[in-house]
Design a protein around this ligand. Structure first.
Ligand code: URA
Length: 235
């Protein structure tokens, strides 16, 4: 499945473990060999070739949802908010904390997902952090220079204060995706985050997308994310 570009290897294993994949009418198991030309492979009842269509969608994730397709403890997951019945192999690209809202991308294309999530891809991510206290120019300058965190210096960020906002709202653009990075950066300059929203990934913006809803990305948006011409359909 990973080779067919359905999802990353890990995501494919998760689909199998969740009992969502069958081969010739039997539930698939990890490590099982199957031939897409000879065997009938279904994901949630959808044949593998149909599941191969490359889809990329943007979700406006509300707070309170895990960036996961399934949770053993039954907590709410982003998978509940996307059209999985139509596109069962959609998988989230990267993560947002459960208490972060905003733009989360999903794709059916494992290679594209891995590429976007890989740190070397350095796609810009924009956040708006509502923080405690009054943020000074010098504190913004510290964010721009890079902040020393326990896992090393952050790369220089673009940082500015949104005008006229009380409590203060800081717009931060970063190219990294470390665990709870924005919260830790703001904490380090003495302004803990009260609310955090991701507003853009590269040229893809949340803009008018209503909370809890999704939309399909245009070919141009997908192409802008991978930094090349329009994507070819998967083979
Ligand atoms: N940085 C954070 O602190 N949390 C997120 O969810 C994303 C970026």
């Amino acid at each position: 499945m990973a080779r067919a570009g359905i999802a990353s290897r890990r995501a494919s294993e998760a689909l199998i473990e969740a009992g969502r994949v069958s081969v010739n009418g039997q539930l698939a198991s990890l490590g099982q060999k199957a031939d897409p030309d000879a065997d009938e492979i279904l994901i949630d009842g959808v044949p593998l070739p149909a599941a191969c269509e490359r889809i990329v969608i943007a979700l406006h994730k509300p707070c309170g949802y895990l960036s996961a397709m399934h949770d053993d403890r039954g907590r709410a997951c982003v998978s509940e908010l996307i059209p999985l019945d139509e596109h069962p192999s959609l998988f989230h690209v990267g993560r947002l904390d459960a208490d972060t809202s905003g733009l989360l991308l999903f794709t059916t294309d494992g290679q594209l997902g891995q590429r976007l999530a890989h740190p070397s891809h350095e796609v810009m991510k924009e956040y708006v952090a509502t923080v405690k206290g009054t943020v000074s120019e010098e504190e913004l300058a510290r964010l721009r220079r890079g902040i020393k965190l326990e896992d090393g210096m952050t790369s220089p960020a673009e940082a500015d204060l949104l005008p006229g906002s009380e409590p203060a709202r800081v717009r931060l653009r970063i190219h990294e995706g470390r665990n709870r990075q924005v919260r830790r950066m703001m904490e380090a300059i003495g302004h803990p985050v009260c609310a955090l929203e991701r507003t853009a990934i590269g040229d893809v913006r949340l803009d008018g997308l209503a909370l809890g809803t999704w939309r399909r990305l245009s070919d141009e948006e997908v192409a802008s994310l991978i930094g090349c011409g329009p994507c070819e359909p998967l083979q």
